[in-house]
Design a protein around this ligand. Sequence first.
Ligand code: SF4
Ligand code: SF4
Length: 465
Amino acid sequence: MLKILADGAIQECPLPDLPRVSSRHTYPVYHKAIPAGMLVVNSFTDEVCVVDRADLEAIGQAGVLSRLAEGPLPEVLIQDADRSAAKIKASLPFEIAFCPTYSCNLRCTYCFQQTDPLLDKRVISKENLAKFLAYVDAQVLQARASDPKRAVVLQLFGGEPFTLATKPVISEIFDYCRSRKIHVAATTNGTGIGDFLDILLPYHGYIAKVGITIDGVGRFHDSRRKRLDGQGTFDKIVQNVNILIRAGIKVMTSLTLDRSSIAQANAFFDFARTQGWIDNPCVELSVARVDDRKFETGYAAVMSESELLKEMLDLNARARLPGNVRFAFLKTSFDLAKRFRCAFNQNEVGRERFRYCWASSRINDIVYVDSALDVYRCTYTPGDKKFKAGSLDGGFSLSAWHSHGTWGREECGDCPIGGYCAGGCKLSTQADFKRNCADEKRNFENLIENVIGPRLPAVTRDQDR
Ligand code: SF4
Ligand code: SF4
């Protein structure tokens, strides 16, 4: 039997014996016949094995599976995961996100926020801004009580944080952050940065990162990310990205792909080369996935994570992806993609074992606070009252998020991919559990079939020749 270790190394080892101790547990395992024998994945113990035909014939499929299904009791796995999460948590900055307004100067074709007629788009009032900053003050004091040097990051989000209407608020936020030595990060459409250089440039050493979505090159980008009057935004965004980079500010461009835009990936990396963004330490070229987490857009061009992964790997095989490309779309597929060395710099530091994403994990306590002082947990929810976690005035709780994981639902604890999928995206589960579950299972099959299968150790295929 071959074991594929977490770092991708391959170890030849005998099949484990059946356990003699009762302090072991039997987990559901994923298995698939392959030319050399059988691929077995225990997503709970995170073990991946290729069992050769000789073992299969000698012990039989049921015998092989019962041996590879064994693992420590769930409470032991959970304790281990808790311990490593606590260790990571202590090493991370304390973060809080702020939406000064839900107003935006663009109307992107797939935006999940701006089409809501009930969205209150007013800029935060002076009174609420003072309350928000008092809250941040208290949190920062608490976060730095045990470690006075702990970094704190205030993330600006929206709507669009950089418009002329929000400038007085943003100016006050930067003054506040300067006085408390707080870093600032921003997610922006990138069009209004030119109006904020007097604030951004003097503070450049304290700006953690500016994230800007670029959907492709030139007219393609312009067809999706438009101003209110229908004008395109590509040239202005590129100009602003270059200003930030020249000032030494880290920029993350986010290329958000679906079936209709996948051909833009190559064009975008070619364009990035002309701008000097490739392997530039100030630039991270993030690749994201257009998705429909709440099943509300009905957008037919959405790709699953394994479909997008396959496309990107094929692209990499034709022309090597830049070293500063970072995938930002792997969830259920992440552990296997990393093991088979095709996760391309995706860093899931805020995600715990047995949780689908950072939002259902407890490592990063970040919440989004809006102009009404309402509190939201995940990036896709600010402004959507269905997902409100509470408010600064009335109190809020993340317990519903933290209880969403592998053992939060019986089906998931009994599922062969339960250790990786962990119940899936909480928003999708809340919208339609069955549909999301079927999507996740289909995604995993596709991952095994089209990404992992072709990467299984050559020796197993050699045996078959
Ligand atoms: S959502 Fe479905 S695929 Fe995911 S862990 Fe639960 S049962 Fe398994
Ligand atoms: S719950 Fe997690 S996976 Fe789902 S949209 Fe929010 S952050 Fe993304």
